[in-house]
Design a protein around this ligand. Structure first.
Ligand SMILES: C[S@@+](CC[C@H](N)C(=O)[O-])C[C@H]1O[C@@H](n2cnc3c(N)ncnc32)[C@H](O)[C@@H]1O
Length: 295
């Protein structure tokens, strides 16, 4: 509650509330008050009542998908941690979602401590971001605040990802990735975490891209350019905007909706299992009295 009150003191939060929330139908906003007090966690996430809705949605989707795939645990990555507010938010939400779904989370935050690295070229958006911005001021303090299921991996992600991937196991596949490293080149390197053996991922990995929502962002620079290049370079791994998410959300003006993507792991064994072991599905036709069935 104290965190919520502190956030409400910031003017950009009011602007977002005005544009995203007060522009929604009155009955939904009134219903939100009831849900805020009496609603379950799942309903609160549906009503966008958690701080950093993108994390709440991404974590819940990963947990649900993990459960459906028969896993007990799922791995979550944040690329770009800075002072850790996003990572601690992920940890707090994950704890609640674990209680709800029974899925446990392994959480990892990647950062180089010193803030943004040197710029390489115009694709890093030098007009928006500068070297040295967003340093991690208290890495030891942040580490001490993390729960037992979360850890920080410090250093340039170019160097730290290969070792990290070698420690991963298919028992806890990657299910949600938040990319908040701002630059094109940092994103290119972060996305290298998505091309290891398919068993290290859920068949579809929910992703959030933080730095694609300003007017200056475009498909030839920054995170959007890195997504385009990733797709061009990889035949069986594709990152696409999360399909029809806006239609399926109650609050359709929320900005985060357009920042959600999915990594489709097209070479995932689950897809081949489904190809092999397919049953028979028959579509009903009430006009002719035919019943639908599966088997
Ligand atoms: C905008 S900040 C992240 C903010 C954070 N996600 C939050 O919620 O507060 C971007 C971070 O990305 C990190 N970063 C950018 N490029 C990096 C790289 N190549 N390796 C490691 N960290 C990088 C910077 O150190 C910086 O802390």
């Amino acid at each position: 509650m104290a965190l919520l009150l502190r956030r409400l003191k910031r003017t950009h939060i009011w602007k977002r509330l005005l544009v995203e929330r007060f522009s929604e139908p009155l009955h939904l906003n009134l219903l939100s008050l009831v849900v805020a007090v009496f609603g379950s966690l799942r309903t609160k996430i549906l009503f966008d009542l958690c701080i950093r809705q993108q994390h709440a949605f991404g974590l819940l989707t990963a947990a649900d998908d993990a459960l459906a795939g028969g896993y007990k645990s799922v791995t979550v990555i944040e690329f770009g941690v800075a002072n850790g507010v996003g990572l601690l938010n992920i940890c707090a939400l994950a704890q609640k979602i674990s209680k709800l779904t029974g899925i446990s989370f392994n959480i990892v935050g990647f950062d180089n401590v010193n803030g943004m690295p040197p710029l390489r070229d115009y694709r890093d958006h030098p007009e928006l971001y500068q070297p040295g911005w967003f340093p991690m001021e208290e890495p030891a303090q942040l580490r001490a605040k993390l729960p037992a299921n979360a850890r920080l991996i410090l250093g340039d992600i170019t160097d730290t990802i290969p070792d990290y991937l070698s420690t991963l196991s298919g028992d806890s596949p990657i299910g949600f990735v938040s990319v908040d490293v701002d630059y094109y080149w940092s994103t290119v390197n972060a996305l290298k975490s998505l091309v290891a053996v398919p068993e290290l991922y859920l068949p579809r990995v929910t992703m959030y891209f933080d730095d694609i929502a300003r007017a200056e962002h475009n498909p030839w620079c920054g995170e959007l350019a890195a997504i385009g290049d990733f797709n061009a370079a990889n035949g069986s791994r594709k990152i696409a905007p999360y399909n029809f998410l806006r239609v399926n959300r109650l609050f359709k003006n929320a900005m985060w909706i357009d920042q959600m993507y999915t990594l489709h792991v097209l070479d995932h064994p689950a897809r081949f299992r489904a190809l092999r072991d397919h049953g028979r599905v028959i579509i009903d036709n009430p006009y002719m009295g035919l019943k639908g069935r599966e088997g």
